[in-house]
Design a protein around this ligand. Sequence first.
Ligand SMILES: NC(=O)c1ccc[n+]([C@@H]2O[C@H](COP(=O)([O-])OP(=O)(O)OC[C@H]3O[C@@H](n4cnc5c(N)ncnc54)[C@H](OP(=O)(O)O)[C@@H]3O)[C@@H](O)[C@H]2O)c1
Length: 365
Amino acid sequence: MASIFVLPVRTSNALNTFLKRTQVQTVLSFHSRNARRAASTRSTRHTLNTGAKIPAIGFGTFQDADAQVDAVSRALKAGCRLIDTARVYDVEKQVGHGIKESGVAREEVCVGTKLWCNNFHPDDVESALDDSLRDLDTPYVDLLMMHYPCTFARGEDRFPRDADGKMILGKTSFVETWKAMEKLVKTGKTKAIGVSNFSKGEIQQLLDQSDTVPAVHQMEVHPYLQQKDFNAWLRSKGIHVVQFSPLGNMNDFYRNTGWSKEVSHMTRVTDQPVLQEIGKKYGRSPVQVVLAWAVNSGRSAIPKSVIDWQIQQNLEADFEMEAEDMEKIAELDIKARFNDPSLDYQWRLYSDLEGTQGAVEGKTH
Ligand SMILES: NC(=O)c1ccc[n+]([C@@H]2O[C@H](COP(=O)([O-])OP(=O)(O)OC[C@H]3O[C@@H](n4cnc5c(N)ncnc54)[C@H](OP(=O)(O)O)[C@@H]3O)[C@@H](O)[C@H]2O)c1
């Protein structure tokens, strides 16, 4: 039985960043010397319902816009072949430059971006993708996702708010947006379409009312939020899961942002002793164990980092893990969701899923 530490920790962000940048893999080399078995590194690729392949380990690009040209280029040179971005991250130009700078051929890379909620009107969907393609400097993306199921008011403003600061919702339903996205596959501007942050009921509506089963659901999954039933259901429908925030509450964004700062101050996922123990067995860091758990569960994961040794470590995290270790990680599932902007977005997200109790009025805002 794995023991779970859920102590609140409030480390200084500046100290934390300094330590991370100077730490350089001392922990890893310690683990390597003590490993009982050396697990070889794989480059797993999963198959989408379109027949296309998607790498199991990719690269996230949310935040640190100024570092992204270099980070994307370095990740690709190190062997990464899956880049995740989004219109709302404001990094598509940097991602496009990074791909060019890497020298890796465009067709070798799986590039996914996301449509933001102010562009959900069917008449806006293609031009929004055109803007992404222009900035990414590519004639097509491999995957276009709806970022959230909620529609904001149409227009230039990505976060349209009324005088009281309350989000103004649009009138389009996500099913209409989805049907406009289906047409884009026929134009060749995207090879596949998918969703992100949908509930089971919202995905069921797409299945009932359209001709295309989403190729991907990009959602929050990590050892603290495993969503076992939902993952099994998605698999039964042929929808591939890409885990965002695969390291859980590692990103300081969650510790500092209004909707999640209270819940995300619990012990970091990667500080759980059981992950350290498993890491020692394979000569891997806890971060690598968490990413390997994603891959061995049949999913992809898109960790974000702009630090060289971390990028390298994440790309070397695909190794075979024994069932007994997968079972130990299964016990860390405390159903803690860190990404839940429901109150701000005026839309009850994840309504039929686990881990929504944190977003109670007054608690996470
Ligand atoms: N669809 C959505 O709504 C949605 C929501 C959230 C995220 N995403 C996507 O998922 C990606 C990843 O999500 P995320 O950034 O929230 O979570 P994450 O990848 O789980 O965590 C990122 C944090 O972990 C640190 N880190 C990365 N590798 C590390 C390593 N080997 N050792 C120690 N620390 C490490 C990073 O540090 P540094 O930054 O200092 O390098 C950063 O602070 C995003 O970039 C984005 O592409 C999508």
